[in-house]
Design a protein around this ligand. Structure first.
Ligand SMILES: Cc1ncc(COP(=O)(O)O)c(C=O)c1O
Length: 416
């Protein structure tokens, strides 16, 4: 056997559809300035698939800060990893600002949230420690746990009774090994938009001894009275031991951060391998992140605009009989019942007939028979966009209920 044989024999869950869907359903190219309307396949479409929640991606102040950062520093500076040669006072300054914004004593920057999360987990636990985690954990959490040499226990998504059972098991085991317990949850679950049940999880701390790490990729900037995240929304900041946020969504940039007590952040700084052995965030990213954070913190109008759009979209969809699951965040999943071929027909129709571009999520990410069309409202959408989209979705659902879509895979226009 050649290790390369699999490249043809088994492309994997996503790759198996590559020939029919690449360029259209997968790896589509969105062109033009980042906005509510962008060009896809040569035509302007109404785009609902960017996590540009606060609309900062193309904001003139952000663009100016990015350009100035690149002009002043170039993309190379600082050269090297932070521990060796890539450290600057600007990186530290941004960390202080982030820590203070999320109400923690200390923070450390991460170059890419994903790698950061992998290393937070692998640094935080040793073979004696036990991880307890939600079954819908993001891939970066799963990958972090793959580097864990000890035991891990999963609980069904937000099922608090089962979580308690796993905490009991974890407690027994940790007593035997002499280790501790790390519980990992997300603030906002990015596919369905529901929230990790932080109030109930935190209550369990009275009965069991464990630390909590939250991945708040979608909550940072969108949730809570000041946008400081899902733990601020639930008023449980003091009980969440480690807070993780990324710059990839509300901040419309790249990178991320972890925040918590000083001694823990110092430990992570010296032990997160993906940060120690990788180049530091380039200066324009750091300067650009400071500008974004300033806007996120001092200009609540972006978050207010976002929530105006979110509320109008979610209310309108529900009133028109569309199921949006249990979302309590801007992430708006439209749940339909149908097959994967039907899902491709619907997505095709939304794009080609209505010029609506949204992401489509099917099995194995959601249960078989469920089609999840994910809408991400942002501060740069308009109420007209919302009304137009609700109408289109209502029509699509009517046609699906009437079994009007052929149950065959619709090949994207680029391929036909
Ligand atoms: C829940 C969650 N965690 C972590 C990440 C990874 O963040 P980044 O894009 O900064 O690597 C993402 C996606 O961006 C995410 O949705």
């Amino acid at each position: 056997m050649d290790v390369f044989d699999k490249c043809e024999a088994n492309m994997g869950h996503l790759g198996m559809y590559a020939d029919e869907s690449e360029g259209y359903y997968m790896f589509p190219k969105l062109e033009g300035e980042i906005a509510n309307r962008m060009i896809f396949d040569g035509k302007e479409r109404l785009v609902w698939s960017l996590n540009n929640y606060l609309g900062l991606a193309n904001h003139p102040k952000v663009r100016a800060a990015d350009a100035q950062g690149a002009k002043d520093w170039g993309m190379a500076y600082p050269m090297g990893a932070r521990m060796m040669s890539g450290h600057t006072k600007y990186h530290e300054e941004l960390e202080q600002q982030l820590a203070s914004f999320v109400g923690r004593p200390s923070a450390y920057l991460l170059n890419y949230g994903y790698q950061g999360m992998v290393s937070i987990i692998s640094a935080m636990v040793n073979r004696n420690d036990v991880i307890v985690y939600d079954s819908e954990a993001h891939a970066c959490i799963i990958d972090g746990m793959r580097l864990h040499f000890g035991k891990r226990f999963v609980y069904p998504h937000n099922d608090m009774a089962k979580l308690e059972r796993e905490l009991e098991r974890a407690t027994k085991l940790a007593r035997k090994t002499g280790g501790g317990i790390l519980l990992i949850t997300e603030g906002v679950y990015g596919m369905a938009g529901d929230l990790g049940n932080l109030p109930e999880i935190v209550k369990l701390k009275k009965k069991y001894k464990f630390r909590i790490l939250i991945d708040d990729a979608h909550g940072f900037g969108t949730m809570g009275p000041t946008g400081a995240g899902t733990d601020e929304h639930f008023n449980v900041q003091k009980d969440i031991d480690l807070y993780f946020g990324t710059f990839a969504k509300s901040m419309a940039g790249i990178g991320g951060f972890v925040a918590g007590d000083e001694k823990v952040i110092k430990f992570l700084k010296y032990n997160m391998r993906s940060q120690i052995f990788a180049k530091s965030l380039p200066m324009p990213m750091v300067i650009g992140a400071m500008k974004r954070l300033e806007m996120l913190r001092d200009e609540p109008e972006h978050r207010e605009k976002l929530w105006t759009i979110v509320n109008a979209l979610q209310k309108g969809l529900k009133e028109d009989g569309l199921s949006i699951g249990n979302t309590a965040s801007p992430v708006t999943p439209v749940m339909l019942n149908g097959t994967i071929p039907e899902a491709t027909q619907i997505t095709y129709e939304l794009r080609e007939k209505y010029d609506i571009f949204c992401s489509i999520v099917v099995y194995p990410v959601v249960p078989k028979g469920t089609i999840l069309l994910r809408l991400i409202p942002t501060a740069v959408h308009t109420l007209e966009d919302v009304q137009y989209t609700i109408k289109a979705f209502k029509e699509v659902k009517r046609r699906l209920d009437n079994k009007e879509y052929p149950n065959e895979f619709k090949i994207g226009k680029l391929h036909s």
